[in-house]
Write a protein that binds this ligand. Structure first.
Ligand code: ADP
Ligand code: ADP
Length: 232
């Protein structure tokens, strides 16, 4: 579903060059939850942002659902991005809009009619367990509820792939578990492929099928979580 082949990303920081990704190759299979684990500065954000081309790789290939992402631009890129949802550490909600309005926002952009939007938003609100919160503003929600809004918004375009950028790092352990359970449930029910980045082994252990360990822009280990975690 997602294939990276020898991806390099070099940033210019003033006169210095920083190699954020140094020849990354990985394969995320359809329906899999794939975790990229690494410390701060390892290149995780850069890697996940290369999937939907929020960052352009300096070289290498990124294929998502059969499409070479690095070759897309303009409308073609926008259409491809609609098939890739993304959730964020700090939720990235519009603070002056209600739950309904936040979730409806991508549907407006995609040109859904009022009626279709209403039906879709209702479905999404129930899917993520936010019934009764439709007219609340982000400031009135808990962290876990905000992330549920983020997840609903990410699923509005019926993506095949969901990208999770440290989605539980701002949440307490109990809320983290409930959000990871929701992601696992969506993965099972809809066959959603999930690529997540995290600095926490516990997240990988709880929901990932496969994991790649990223260190200084290089993948130093990868495999099935069940094989890599020693069994008693
Ligand atoms: P977060 O932890 O919330 O993801 P980051 O510190 O990773 O925030 O970075 C926030 C933004 O700044 C990202 O878009 C990232 O690409 C960019 N960024 C990160 N490091 C640098 C840097 N050294 N110089 C310029 N921009 C950076
Ligand atoms: P992680 O998500 O694992 O913390 P990042 O991908 O954010 O790692 O960063 C990897 C390296 O790339 C860091 O050295 C960071 O400073 C640098 N970097 C990230 N984004 C930018 C940017 N927009 N401009 C310059 N340097 C960046």
């Amino acid at each position: 579903m997602i294939a990276f082949t020898d991806v390099r990303k070099v940033y210019n920081q003033g006169s210095q060059k920083v190699v954020a990704l140094d020849g990354v190759s990985l394969l995320v299979k359809p329906g899999e939850i794939f975790g990229v684990l690494g410390q701060s500065g390892a290149g995780k954000s850069t890697l996940i942002r290369c999937v939907n081309q929020l960052e352009k790789p300096t070289s290498g290939s990124v294929v998502v659902d059969g499409q070479e992402m690095t070759k897309l631009s303009g409308d073609k890129l926008r259409q491809a991005r609609q098939r890739i949802g993304m959730i964020f550490q700090h939720f990235n909600l519009l603070s002056c809009r209600t739950v309904v309005e936040n979730i409806a926002f991508p549907l407006e952009v995609m040109g859904y009619s009022r009626l279709k939007r209403r039906a879709k938003v209702e479905e999404l609100i129930s899917l993520v367990g936010l019934t009764g919160k439709a007219d609340a503003y982000p400031a009135q929600l808990s962290g876990g509820q905000k992330q549920r809004v983020g997840i609903a918004r990410a699923l509005a375009g019926e993506p095949k792939v969901l990208l999770s950028d440290e989605a539980t790092s701002a949440l307490d352990p109990q809320t983290t578990r409930s959000i990871l359970d929701l992601l696992r449930d969506l993965n099972k029910r809809m066959g959603l492929t999930i690529l997540l980045i995290t600095h926490e082994m516990a997240v990988v252990k709880q929901i990932c099928d496969s994991v790649a360990v990223l260190n200084a822009g290089k993948i130093v280990e990868k495999g099935y979580v069940s094989d890599l975690i020693a069994k008693p």
